[in-house]
Design a protein. Structure first.
Length: 252
């Protein structure tokens, strides 16, 4: 899953979809294009939010039709059962992100809410855990524990490196900072552990991105990073379950 954090304009999102699809095709990976229509979860009222629901969905529909791409976008409420049930009843694939405040075991219940609403098409996504006030960490153990939800596990390797409210804005207020240079580290770790998919926000000009610029991966480096992740996935035994024998060792 890859794309710019938010729809900045129709022209920009179409251009990004074209480039990312070309790269994904070259490296042989299936692509789900991602972009948000409304960043209602911004820290500051001064932050860019996007075109809104009606216009945003029209633009995403155009991406889907022009480039024959499946689309993922987001809605956000904290621990909201009714929202999960409503999403499940669409019959679409639901990707549930673990809240930064949640233990991985919570995702078992989250996935079950979708299934009990009649939809078996669910994924769970690790996106980091709060560590102090302005930092997130990724605990690789979570990928193993989240498999207990009995569905695909995805790693969000860009939002996981946010520094929430960690950047001061000119004129007052704060916005999310981030550690873009560590995206390859988290991506490599996630793939080595055996995740089923990667979620990555990508931008052609991240220094001037209106939202989450510090955690968007540069488009020019996307192919290089994906090739490395594919190589790691081919040699990793991250999904292998060890049958640990604890009987006394009787060897010579």
């Amino acid at each position: 899953m890859a794309g710019p954090n938010v729809i900045e304009s129709e022209e920009h999102v179409l251009r990004m979809a074209k480039h990312i699809k070309t790269i994904a095709s070259r490296v042989g990976l299936p692509l789900i294009f991602k972009s948000s229509f409304d960043k209602a979860n911004r820290t500051s009222s001064k932050s860019f939010r996007g075109p809104g629901l009606e216009e945003g969905l029209k633009i995403l529909e155009k991406v889907k039709m022009m480039y024959d791409l499946p689309i993922v976008t987001d809605v956000h409420e904290s621990s909201q059962t009714d929202l999960l049930v409503a999403a499940a009843k669409t019959g679409r694939i639901i990707n549930i992100k673990k809240g930064q405040f949640c233990a991985p075991s919570v995702m078992i219940n989250s996935a079950e809410k979708v299934r009990l609403a009649g939809n078996q098409n669910v994924m769970v996504c690790e996106r980091g855990t709060m560590f102090g006030y302005n930092d997130l960490i990724v605990d690789p153990r979570n990928f193993e524990w989240m498999r207990e939800a009995n569905c695909p596990v995805v790693a969000d390797v860009t939002h996981a490196l946010q520094q929430p409210a960690g950047r001061k804005l000119e004129g007052g207020g704060v916005a999310s900072g981030g550690l873009r240079e560590l995206i390859p580290c988290i991506a490599r770790t996630s793939v080595a552990v055996g995740v089923d998919g990667i979620f990555m926000e990508v931008h052609d000009d991240p220094l001037n991105a209106p939202v989450d610029g510090p955690t968007q991966w540069p488009l020019r480096h996307l192919e290089e990073l994906l090739e490395e992740l594919i190589a790691i996935a081919r040699v990793s035994k991250g999904k292998r379950q060890f049958n640990i024998d604890l009987t006394p060792f009787r060897g010579d």
